[in-house]
Design a protein around this ligand. Structure first.
Ligand code: NDP
Length: 434
């Protein structure tokens, strides 16, 4: 059974799984509908659904279309080809509980840059107008919704009949297996890593491509680009660029090294991420806000600072681990705990836990700048509507839950050493508060 499920009481885990499986797909459609057809007003969507009920939802749910299918297939094939063909350094992931060490080609930054240049060139030379993506966004999300559910079914069957590595297994419950996944490192052939494709390439690159699409749509619709849209897009692109700068580090995180490939991670990155993560920009297309130069610059600077701090937290931890603690943390030798643990095969290993720098402020301090950065790329919408803030609220819940999941996992991995870390660094996320 995936460890993530064991954190909350079984009934809570089971009910939240069923709720997410049934509610997340229509929620994506309602997010699109509210931003694009209901003036960004949750109340308008709510009233519509109250008057029209389930039939109302069916009526606004766009049908998957050939145009949407073509756009998705072209994008997916392009990203898959870049993932396989672009050169990159060979990088090893962390050793899994069964002793497997995945090997990757670190070519994410190249794939991201090639995608953005290609997309902008197609527009510039009049070959493909990105506004088509915006105009068919509902159909695209609908097609992705169904297509990704089928893809998760494929992952479930593959995990049963043809797992790629020793890190796989069934909980014995079909819903849990579908939701959490069967395999930690599924691949097609030897080289095509499915989680790198879904999480990093399809998902994360769409987070760079869609804000550009929203800018172009707003420009074509109104003849100008609002400063709010510009701030939102620049901050998002800074964040996504930071992600690709650090992509090999991402392969050491929970998403890749602990969460298996199932609905939670893969559907999340294929459908939820492109829609919900880009929703503040989706809102701004039709609800442009004029911030004025000074306010725009303040928000931009604050947002960039948060992205930088978030990056520096991840960098500090990884540099500390990479050098085996022989590095400087905030100009001083780091303070640390040498924590030993036993693998599932019975081997005893050690890891270093950093207890100074950002990691001495709180055990998951890096989530604070992550949440604040998302606030700063949402706040250009100002406070006329609630919907641009949905992502910040969702992210806050996700990361606080993740901090608990990670703490519980580390507690069972490191035992008394983790207890010692908690004594040295008592706060989980916000220093002095939580
Ligand atoms: P990480 O996986 O990077 O960090 C947690 C892991 O680091 C632990 O499981 C443990 O792993 C190790 N660790 C914990 N404490 C220490 C320490 N003191 N010293 C050294 N190693 C330690 O966390 P996340 O995957 O949650 O986050 C990575 C990045 O992704 C962050 O920037 C986060 O903000 C971002 N993120 C963004 C999300 C989004 O949707 N926008 C969602 C989730 C994350 P081990 O077993 O190796 O000891």
């Amino acid at each position: 059974m995936a460890e993530s499920q064991l954190v909350h009481p079984p009934l809570v885990t089971y009910l939240s799984m069923i709720a997410l499986l049934t509610l997340a797909p229509p929620f994506v459609i309602l997010m699109w509908y509210t931003n694009v057809h209901a003036d960004g007003s949750v109340l308008q969507t709510f009233n519509y659904l109250r008057e029209n009920g389930l039939q109302g939802l069916i009526d606004i749910w766009p049908r998957p279309s050939a145009v949407a299918g073509k756009i998705i297939i072209c994008y997916a094939l392009f990203e898959a080809a870049l993932q396989l063909l672009l050169p990159g350094k060979t990088v090893q992931g962390p050793i899994s509980p069964t002793g497997h060490r995945p090997v990757y080609k670190a070519n994410g930054m190249a794939a991201y840059i090639v995608t953005l240049i290609t997309y902008l060139s197609l527009w510039w030379f009049g070959i493909f107008n990105p506004t088509i993506v915006y105009d068919h966004l509902g159909e695209i999300l609908s097609t992705l919704n169904f297509g990704s559910l089928i893809f998760c079914l494929f992952l479930y069957i593959k995990g049963h009949v043809a797992p790629s590595s020793t890190d796989h297994g069934s909980s014995g419950n079909i819903i849990i297996d579908f939701y959490w996944g069967m395999e930690l490192y599924p691949r097609i052939g030897k080289h095509f890593d499915i989680k790198v494709f879904t999480n990093c390439r399809f998902g994360m690159i769409s987070w760079g491509v869609l804000p550009i699409t929203y800018c172009i749509k707003q420009y074509e619709e109104y003849g100008s680009l609002s400063d709010s849209m510009l701030v939102n897009t620049i901050l998002t692109l800074v964040y996504v660029t930071k992600f690709f700068w650090w992509e090999a580090g991402y392969w050491n995180t929970m998403d890749i090294a602990h969460d298996r490939a199932g609905f939670y991670i893969c559907w999340g990155c294929l459908v939820w991420l492109p829609c919900i993560y880009t929703s503040p920009g989706m809102y701004l297309v039709k609800q442009p806000v004029n911030l004025g130069l000074q306010l725009a610059i303040y928000i931009l600077v604050a947002g960039v600072l948060c992205v930088y701090i978030n990056y520096d937290c991840d960098r500090q931890r990884q540099e500390f681990r990479r050098t085996n603690g022989k590095c400087l943390v905030w100009g001083k030798a780091p303070s640390k705990i040498v924590a030993s643990y036993t693998t599932t095969t019975g081997e005893t290993k050690t890891s270093l836990l950093l207890t100074s720098g950002w990691w001495g402020l709180a055990r998951h301090f890096h989530y604070v700048p992550e949440i604040l950065a998302s606030f700063f790329w949402s706040v250009p919408a100002l406070f006329n509507h609630f919907i641009p803030y949905f992502y910040v609220i969702y992210l806050t819940i996700l990361l606080f839950d993740r901090a608990k999941r990670d703490d519980d996992r580390c507690k069972s991995k490191y035992g008394k050493y983790w207890k010692l870390y908690c004594e040295k660094v008592p706060y989980r996320v916000i220093p002095g508060i939580y």
